[in-house]
Write a protein that binds this ligand. Sequence first.
Ligand SMILES: [Zn+2]
Length: 99
Amino acid sequence: MKRNLVRALVLAAMVVVSVGSYNIWSYCDGRCSSRTFFTLGPPGLILLAGISLAVTALLVLKFRRLSCYYRNHCRCGQALGQSWKFCSACGQSRPRTSA
Ligand SMILES: [Zn+2]
């Protein structure tokens, strides 16, 4: 869990550095003023939309993977066979699945 937090912080820092670098380049190139320095331009909005889509896709894929894992494993961690009604390690009944 701590590792994921570090990854998220590194990703957020990379995004901030990227947007800041682009804004500094735009400011130095005369494409933006000090008043619009902290606003996102079209490339920034495209970057933000792309990151949002990527994060959404990542969360959906992670949720599907976890769902598949919990469908085929008991709460104790034992892998369950397709037709098993009970866990062979702890004896708990298999959780009901909708599909
Ligand atoms: Zn079990």
